[in-house]
Design a protein around this ligand. Structure first.
Ligand code: NAD
Length: 350
């Protein structure tokens, strides 16, 4: 495979393939940019149909981490890893040890963490082979999901302040799509702040739990994006905002945790044309990566929550600039991330 010829290569600094016949490991580590620091991004385990799909995924995700880490103000670059295997059937100690060796061979230029398909227990094995692992109990505050949810909530408060001049979610309706590790907590935080909830999940047990605990109303999964609400919070999978769904959105604000919510840049432009405020996903959902970043070892959970609340301030800045410049917020967010990286490059060469 020639990674440099791939359409998503986009200036990556390093792409490293590893095949280990003994353990069965097949992994790719992509390092997009290390201007701001070592590249931090999770490892995804997925039964990709072929190596090209895996390469495409890792390249797009690692580039995304460069932007996420830069805009979050972290001293970190962007990278990502994928293991080409089925998390349901292919896990073994030897496989994660071999992956740990792969991470270690890059000498700290790439720092790994959990992503889809990987558990804490898997990462503990990886950590036995390399120190370049974050997000496990031994290295800090553990599971990043509650911190991601907190960041989404802070962003939501900023968005309703900006668009509706409200100081809280009290009396507003929030529609949450996906009630997993993050979405379930976003729903609870919004409810505690006085919001009415409309929810949907393909897993009925999760819906039942949120309905019972937070007095939510549930709707079918194919309707949640189209309900009448003040805020629509996509917290399931990516690509949910596309040419079919965007014209159906009735909320004035979209602010949620899912990665890559907009299927194409045109979908962001369509939201703007419809007067819907879109809070850029990678800005909004950075709480998790902030919580695992090696910023200040020993931070308490409360200190971390104050640090993550700055996502709301950054969103405020992005939304003001977007209004002034008549641009979609996600375009402004990209530019701010690029400015931060360019400034660091200038400082370095000065
Ligand atoms: P999760 O797997 O715990 O939860 C996802 C939930 O969405 C599940 O309950 C699932 O049943 C539901 N779902 C799937 N398809 C759906 C559909 N079509 N309609 C409604 N519900 C559906 O995942 P998570 O950790 O909560 O992450 C949610 C999103 O946030 C993902 O896109 C993830 O990439 C992103 N994210 C998560 C974190 C984190 O800290 N966990 C950080 C950044 C971004």
């Amino acid at each position: 495979l020639d990674a440099t010829a791939h359409p998503s290569f986009d200036g990556h600094q390093q792409v490293d393939f590893r095949v280990d016949p003994v353990s069965g490991l097949r992994s790719i580590i992509a390092i997009h940019d290390t201007t701001l620091g070592p590249a931090l991004g999770g490892c995804r385990m997925w039964p990709y149909a072929n190596d090209m799909d895996a390469l495409d995924d890792v390249l797009r995700l690692s580039r995304g981490m460069t932007y996420k880490n830069a805009l979050a103000g972290l001293p970190l670059g962007g990278g990502k890893a994928v293991i080409i295997a089925d998390p349901k059937t292919d896990k073994s100690r030897a496989l994660f040890e071999a992956f740990g060796d792969h991470v270690d061979s890059l000498g700290g230029r790439y720092i790994t963490a959990e992503d889809v398909g990987i558990t804490d227990a898997d990462m503990e094995i990886v950590a036995g082979r390399t120190p370049h692992v974050r997000g496990i109990r031994a290295t800090g505050l553990g599971d990043p999901s509650p911190f991601t949810a907190w960041g989404v909530f802070c962003a939501m408060r900023t968005a309703v302040g900006f668009a509706l001049e409200r100081a809280s979610l009290a009396g507003l309706t929030v529609a949450v799509q996906g009630l997993g590790h993050v979405g379930g907590r976003v729903a609870a935080l919004a409810h505690a702040d006085g919001a009415r909830l409309i929810v949907a999940d393909i897993d009925q047990a999760r819906v039942d739990e949120v309905v019972a605990r937070n007095g939510a109303t549930s709707v079918p999964v194919d309707r949640i994006h189209a309900v009448t609400a003040d805020v629509f919070a996509p917290c399931a999978l990516g690509g949910g905002l596309n040419e079919t769904t965007v014209p159906q959105v009735r909320a004035g604000i979209v602010c949620g945790a899912a990665n890559n919510q907009l299927r194409t840049p045109q979908d962001g432009a369509s939201l703007m044309r419809r007067g819907i405020l879109y809070a850029p996903d990678y800005l909004v959902n950075a709480g998790g990566v902030i919580s695992i970043a090696p910023e200040r070892p020993g931070m308490t959970a409360d200190e971390m929550k104050s640090r993550i609340a700055r996502i709301g301030d950054t969103l405020g800045l992005v939304l003001s600039r977007a209004k002034m410049q008549d641009l979609p917020p996600e375009v402004v967010a990209d530019r701010m991330a690029e400015e931060r990286i360019a400034a660091a490059r200038r400082d370095r060469s000065a």
